[in-house]
Design a protein. Sequence first.
Length: 173
Amino acid sequence: AREPFTIGALTVAPTPLPHDAAQVALTFTHGQHKAGLATDLGEVPPGLLAHLAGCQVVLLESNHDAELLEKGPYPAFLKRRIASAKGHLSNAQTHALLRLLPRETSTVVLMHLSETNNLPELALSSALDALSGRRVHLCAAAQDELMVLDAAAEPPPTALRSKRRGQLALFDV
C-alpha cells in the first residue's frame, strides 16, 4: 500500500486512502509524464496533495452532492456511511482539493459520480469554480461509457471542455 513498483518503464506509486475497505491512490509516472488516480476516499488525507504533485492528469472522485444525498432514497445508515470520513468525497470536498492542485495539472477527470446522489452538471460546475482562472481540461466520467482523453492537447481557458461522460482510457497501447 506504500511501496512504489515498476512495470517496464512505468512507475506506479500508491498511498493509502481513508475508506471503509482497503484503498490506495495511485500515481503513474513515465518519463516526464505523471497521472494520478484517487477514488473511494471519505476525506482528503494529509499527504494526498503531495502525492499528486507533478501530475499533469488527475482523476479524482466527486461522488455526491450533499443535498441530493440527504434528500435521496438511500436509508439513513447508508447516507451516513457515504458522507463519513471513510465514505466518499462530496462535490464540496473535491472542490476544496481542486483549489489546491499544483499548476502543472492540466487535465482533471471527475470520477465515481453517484448516479443517484449526484449530477454531472453539479460536479462539473463545482470543479469549474474551484479551477477558475486556470487553463485545464475538465470532464466527468460515467461508469458505463468509454472516454478517450488527449491529455497532451493544449488546454483551453478553464471551461467545461466536455460534458461527455465515460470511463477514461489512461494509456492507449
